[in-house]
Design a protein around this ligand. Structure first.
Ligand code: F6P
Length: 368
């Protein structure tokens, strides 16, 4: 019987539980044993009780739970070969040779490396007499499939990562709440959203709420960003707008690579020599990552989890590690490292011309 393990890694995201549930149930449906690795790579390195066989009923009710019920961690030990060696040993001791990992690009890159190293890890374990040669005989190849779970929507090759639409819904809800009080006091708010390297959340929230100005890491601001922002805000105010909403991703930069912070933007909006707006900063923080998944993320996690099990059963040793994507509304398998490479080269958020168009619907763009 094939034994497939599922784990979540890196930052949690809404919809991960749907993915785990789907993997567990699909694995059982396909006649395999399903396992969960608790606490991400940390659990793989720890072994023992961190790796548990799952029953069909163990994942009942998981669709409507937020976060990841099998835990996650950012694991340092797995960055070292020694950690990966222990992880390989633990997997063989449990009889597992197929792994589905739901996480961000860092976690998935780690998985690809683990798979590439697998034969040499097994050799070393036999050499060190930690495992017997006949014990490893059946485990020549490690099949790995990635599911992209992240609120950042930061991987090329897929339209959406599991969790991004839940986080976006939460950001928009928060902006709506803030707008009411901003308007009442005629105030400006600088709202900081998550995204150290990827501005998808900030950009999409800006489009969806009609924000006055947006800062994202993929579009480093020109030297004149201060004049540009104040000019737009000034025009909006002149036209009677009682609220100003500036959305800034936590990784916002200027052209020189210097950080643009929410405080800097606030000081500028509040500057008595300039706009002199009564301004507040709101950092949304982990509220964005918490809570239950929206329907889309539950659906995505489920459909992709089903596909991940099929993919891990069909993976051939010579084919590159794949991840499960969604493109043009279809679930698809794609080469993982290609997507990681493309992500470095093309900033996802600015691939989309239509966002630029949406921003041009601002009041400031209207010629009277
Ligand atoms: O990767 C998802 C993410 O939410 C980023 O947007 C954010 O910068 C980071 O995680 C925060 O991580 P932590 O929870 O470790 O502070």
């Amino acid at each position: 019987k094939k034994k497939i393990a599922i784990m979540t890694s890196g930052g949690d995201s809404p919809g991960m539980n749907a993915a785990v549930r789907a993997c567990v149930r699909m694995a059982i449906h396909m006649g395999c044993d399903a396992y969960c690795v608790y606490e991400g790579y940390e659990g793989l390195v720890q072994g023992g009780d961190f790796i548990r066989q799952m029953d069909w009923h163990d994942v009942r009710g998981w669709l409507s739970e937020g976060g990841t019920l099998i835990g996650t961690a950012r694991c340092m030990a797995f960055f070292e070969r020694a950690g990966r060696l222990t992880a390989a040993k633990n997997m063989i001791l449990h009889g597992i040779d197929a792994l589905i990992i739901c996480g961000g690009d860092g976690s998935l890159t780690g998985a690809d490396r683990f798979r590439a190293e697998w034969p040499s890890l097994l050799e070393e374990l036999v050499r060190k007499k930690e495992l017997m040669a006949d014990q490893v005989e059946l485990y020549k190849h490690l099949n790995i499939v990635g599911l992209v779970g992240s609120i950042d929507n930061d991987l090329s090759g897929t339209d959406a990562t599991i969790g991004c639409y839940s986080a976006l819904a939460r950001v928009c809800y928060a902006v709506d709440l803030i707008e009411a009080t901003a308007s009442s006091h005629s105030r400006a708010f600088v709202i900081e959203v998550m995204g150290r390297h990827c501005g998808w959340l900030a950009l999409m929230a800006g489009v969806a709420t009609g924000a006055d100005f947006i800062f994202i890491p993929e579009k480093p601001r020109e030297d004149n960003w201060r004049e540009e922002m104040c000019g737009i805000v000034h025009q909006h105010r002149k036209r009677g707008k009682r609220k100003t909403i500036v959305i800034i991703a936590e990784g916002a930069l200027d052209k020189e690579g210097n950080k643009i912070t929410a405080e800097m933007v606030k000081d500028l909006l509040a500057d008595k020599q300039g706009l002199g707006l009564d301004t507040r900063v709101t950092t949304l923080g982990h509220v964005q990552r918490g809570g239950t998944a929206v329907a889309y993320d539950r659906m995505l996690g489920t459909l992709q989890g089903v596909e991940a099990v099929k993919a891990v059963l069909e993976a051939a040793p010579e084919t590159p590690t794949c991840f499960i994507a969604i493109t043009e509304n279809k679930i698809a398998r794609k080469p993982l490292m290609q997507a990681v490479q493309d992500t470095k080269e093309v900033a996802k958020a600015i691939e989309r011309q239509d966002f630029q168009m949406a921003m041009s619907l601002r009041d400031a763009e209207f010629e009277e």
